[in-house]
Design a protein around this ligand. Sequence first.
Ligand code: SAM
Ligand code: SF4
Length: 470
Amino acid sequence: MSDALPLSDMLARARGAAPAPTPAGDAPRRKVFVHTFGCQMNDSDSARMVELLGRHRFEETAHPEDADLILLNTCAVREKAEQKLLSALGRYREHKARRGALLAVGGCVAQQEKERLLARVPYLDFVFGPDNIARLPELVERARTERFAETGWMSSEEYVFPRADPESARGRATAFVTAMKGCDNVCSFCIVPHTRGREVSRPYPEVVAECAALAAVGVREVTLIGQNVNSYAGGCTFAELLRRAIAVPGVERVRFTTSHPHDLSDALVAAFADEPRVMPHFHLPVQSGSDAVLARMRRDYGVAEYMVRFEKLRAARPGIAITTDFIVGFPGETDDDFEASLALLARARFDNSFSFVYSPRPHTGAAKRLGSAPEWREVPHDLAIARLERLQALQRRISSEVMAGQLGKVVEVLVEGDADAEGRRFGRTPENRVLHFDGDATSAPVGALLRARVTRAHANSLSGEIVGRA
Ligand code: SAM
Ligand code: SF4
């Protein structure tokens, strides 16, 4: 692979001049700024991009105005995310003009829009899809002579998961580990299968080796990630993968995200029952409380089946925090359908939920059918917003009650670092609740497992006092 583009060449290219030859090995370090939108998969992909470029004389900067290369790692799940991308590009255009930085868009919008994005944004240098991250240094080099969109797929057999550099995680208590990519489901609202491609599972020895490398630099909690992580098939089942990860010396806690209820096997439930270091938090997106809507969403479960799995989890691990996602205003959603979502929320009493107004996405089944029949009629935006507000108000009330139920309890906290307020630290409980407490790096070092008594409950976090080591 050729080396990355030296700064002088980048500037020359940005000014339209021919790049001057640079003797190999003496180019100065250049700066890359990455703006990440969307999910944990994107956070993890951005970290891999910075590591890869770090091997090609780039270092990360938090200031776009200092950057020689500005990367936007994008999300296409809802239209709003795309609009945010366009306004961010407008801001970075100034830095490009002032400093001659290269400007590139990666991630799901890149995969969805391909060359169209280059046509729409004339000052954009290149576009690259999620399967092309490993080639990023080569693409930066190529951008010196042409504008292009590189959005091809790699076959499942060829695909190699970029390995995390454990050094980037040194000094942190937690890290993400990619277990699989893509999604083979066909939920009618979702663009992910179009932008992330088919499911590919990372072979389990690689996942376990990455957990071990992270533990060796002090990471205590790993979160296994994938768009549909519990359909994992990298040489063992997902439940077995969890058990292998938790067996790695130094790994004290394992989490994962995100899951489809369809793949919640009894073996996975059993891992929650008998492996205390699999953390008692499960994000189990339900999307709707109406069977008719779930059928149009092609979720392949009904409310009753969802609740069977939900109850099994609660029985296997009393006190487990279960969170979910809801979509409101899905095509054809009636008042009764929406009331059913409220009723499900009231019955399940989710610890928390992410809720969204339905956003029609290109290439998806629901967007193609929108308005084609009475059961696919569009829900007026104002009505969808009003429903969202009602659902979120109910969730806030339930979340506050759940958090208030923690008052006086002694909980385990894994220390993650300084909180915003002076003299305060923060960590997470096993249920993934953020807890703030008085302390400093000596009394509560990053990675320490402490016990804290909960003294105050807020809507989204807890406060407590440290009472000892866990
Ligand atoms: N794989 C997970 C699952 O099966 O539920 C969800 C991953 S998706 C990227 C994250 C969440 O975004 C979904 O659970 C859904 O609530 C929301 N979402 C996806 N497509 C959407 C759309 N077109 N409009 C609104 N929300 C959407
Ligand atoms: Fe999208 Fe999740 Fe459905 Fe896959 S399982 S299509 S990622 S919502």
